[in-house]
Design a protein around this ligand. Structure first.
Ligand code: SF4
Length: 361
């Protein structure tokens, strides 16, 4: 039987961070039960499939309480089959976790937690409009450890306007010293739906950001993190199965408001307004707002583009003949390399990957 990954979107947040452009809903906690019931109904469309990873993203999935988590996980166990050692991740914000909640997550089968730390500098946490400070982030991490989580990702953000090299270095060292198994790196971007965009926030120049990116990978390397994707670093053996599944172009189911899914041929996305999602589900209607069927050429190109994000690269045989000449030029330029029949992005190429990708399309 073919396997697939499962993504479940939980949009609830206690407040909106100033950089946020995700599908989220602040102050809507009273709708959690209605939402969980809608998710369970949507899940029925996919029942019977075999899963290879499960990911609860948001929003703030850790805002679900005991009853919601028990009900959702029961439904997943009933509707799908999967191996006992499947990776089950949940995103957690420092302010929404305590020992009791961490133990509840553990009891419900979650074995990987992604903690939204973002920075170990209180001034920048305030700047981002986060609902926690550094000590809350540290406390959340230790509470998770105490509850038995031995696979924790920390999110780290950089590229704050005016951030100095010293501040960045301090931040990366502080987050590394916490001792997590995985680290996801986010560059601050100003997205149209964010409050930073409304405030016309300006970012520092690309040259500085490229230097900072190289500094981060260098420091993370010192602390035993190995880069396996442009923005993801892990201790050996702790690469995220779920995310690797996306980058390898494998199928995944997306459930919930704003969720995206991929069948292996069709990419689809759900309505991104919570009210619409709940209304459509209540009326027994389809919540898929749009889809795109990819051609064979598009599928190959996606595999190439996503594959080049990963350090493992892609087999050279995957490269479309029409693109081979351009790729050879980039190999000579030091942006890509070939190792044992695999095309890989070099450190230099990683800095320009978005640019290279757009020229490949
Ligand atoms: S960044 Fe995350 S926690 Fe902050 S508002 Fe957006 S979804 Fe919620």
């Amino acid at each position: 039987m073919d396997t697939t990954s499962l993504y479940i979107h939980i949009p609830f947040c206690s407040r909106k961070c100033l950089f946020c452009s995700f599908v989220m809903a602040a102050g809507q906690e009273h709708r959690r039960e209605e939402y969980v019931n809608a998710l369970i109904r949507e899940m029925k469309n996919e029942a019977g499939k075999k899963l290879k990873s499960i990911y609860f993203g948001g929003g703030t999935p850790s805002m679900l309480d005991e009853k919601h988590l028990d009900t959702l996980m029961d439904a997943i166990r009933n509707d799908f089959s999967y191996q006992n050692d499947i990776e089950i991740t949940i995103e957690v914000n420092p302010e929404s976790i305590n020992y009791q909640k961490a133990a509840l997550l553990k009891r419900n089968g979650f074995n990987r937690v992604s903690l939204g730390v973002q920075s170990m500098n209180d001034r920048y946490l305030k700047f981002l409009g986060r609902g926690h400070d550094v000590s809350a982030a540290q406390n959340a991490f230790y509470v998770l450890r105490e509850a038995g989580f031995d696979n924790i990702n920390l999110d780290l953000m950089y590229a704050f306007p005016g951030q100095t090299q010293e501040e960045l270095e301090e931040d990366v060292r502080a987050v590394s010293l916490m001792g997590s198994e995985h680290l996801s790196l986010y560059t601050l971007t100003i997205e149209p739906k964010s409050r930073f965009f409304a405030a016309q926030m300006k970012l520092d120049d690309d040259e500085k950001l490229a230097e900072h990116y190289l500094l981060i990978s260098h420091i993370l390397n010192e602390y035993g993190f190995k880069q396996y994707e442009v923005s993801n670093f892990s201790k050996p053996g702790f690469e995220s199965e779920h995310n690797r599944n996306y980058w390898r172009g494998y199928p995944y189911i997306g459930l919930g408001v704003g969720a995206h899914g991929f069948t292996g041929r069709r990419r689809y996305w759900n309505t991104s307004r919570l009210q619409d999602y709940l209304d459509l589900m209540a009326q027994g209607k389809d919540v898929i707002e749009g889809y795109e069927d990819l051609t064979d050429d598009q599928l190959i190109m996606e595999k190439v583009l996503f594959g080049l994000r990963m350090n493992e690269g892609i087999p050279w045989t995957l490269v479309p003949p029409a693109k081979a000449e351009l790729i050879q030029i980039w190999i000579h330029g030091g942006f890509l390399s070939i190792e044992k029949g695999y095309l890989k992005t070099t450190d230099r190429g990683r800095l320009l990957l978005d640019e290279l990708s757009s020229r490949l399309i």
